[in-house]
Design a protein around this ligand. Structure first.
Ligand SMILES: C[S@@+](CC[C@H](N)C(=O)[O-])C[C@H]1O[C@@H](n2cnc3c(N)ncnc32)[C@H](O)[C@@H]1O
Length: 231
């Protein structure tokens, strides 16, 4: 069967055979990867993950980056959002303005300072600000807790990460700055949404076209921070 790729050309659908029933879910994953036009596009463009396109689509619609901006990327590994941010703000190896943090190690990227650290550690905000050398203009969080398969637990853990990311943004973002965070469909916590609506000029729920329709993820895009005195 043929499917249309992102470039409009037809691709042959790849079927993967499974040897035993225990590998059925990894077979489904492999089949989805092989047939996903965004995976092919990411490889062709040199991005480490297809998630790059989610950030590109959000930037194109909501104008997040300006040349010279300082950016923090929370939950950054393997690094495709950092790649997009570094390109769009023009961060260079000799004057990096993008700082990434993840529990996992991340291979070096030009123009990106990567910290391997738990963002929930008390000293994480200071480590990020020290590495950045000033307040961020853009704070991004694609953090997701490792899934347990229990929907409610996964939802609560990822909600907690987005709340801590929002707290970082509210305390440290430069006035006029923007904040993007992953949330799960099924209810952003009302308090978080209300706080962001007070602190930013606009707040949108966004489902980028490249985010898989079956995924419960959504993003909150909060633009034009009013300043920490108004949070
Ligand atoms: C969906 S992935 C991020 C993908 C990334 N935006 C990209 O485009 O390459 C989510 C990441 O959040 C990280 N993460 C989860 N909890 C974290 C925490 N407490 N501190 C730092 N990173 C965390 C995970 O290790 C994982 O790499």
């Amino acid at each position: 069967m043929a499917a249309k790729g992102g470039d409009g050309r037809r691709r042959l659908k790849v079927r993967v055979r499974t040897a035993n029933k225990h590998s059925a879910s990894s077979t489904r994953w492999l089949q989805r990867q092989l047939n996903d036009p965004y995976v092919a596009k990411a490889q062709a463009a040199g991005y480490r993950a297809r998630s790059a396109f989610k950030l590109i689509e959000m930037d194109e619609r909501h104008k997040l980056f300006r040349p010279g901006d300082r950016v923090v990327d929370l939950g950054a590994a393997p690094g495709s959002w950092s790649q997009v941010a570094a390109e769009r703000v023009g961060s260079s190896a000799d004057r990096p303005t993008v700082v990434a943090i993840d529990l996992l190690p991340m291979a070096a990227l030009p123009g990106v300072v990567a910290l391997q650290k738990d963002f929930l550690d008390d000293d994480a905000p200071d480590a990020l600000l020290d590495a950045l050398g000033g307040p961020p203009d853009v704070a991004l969080s694609d953090m997701a807790a490792p899934t347990t398969g229990h929907r409610k637990t996964d939802h609560l853990r990822t909600t907690h990460l987005s709340e801590v990311a929002a707290d970082f943004a509210l305390n440290h973002l430069a006035e006029g700055g923007h904040f993007v965070t992953k949330v799960f469909r099924g209810g952003t916590e009302r308090d978080l949404l209300d706080t962001l609506k007070r602190a930013f000029r606009s707040v949108h729920h966004v489902k980028p076209p490249s985010s898989r329709a079956e995924s419960v993820e959504l993003y909150l895009v909060a633009r034009e921070f009013r300043g920490s005195g108004n949070a």
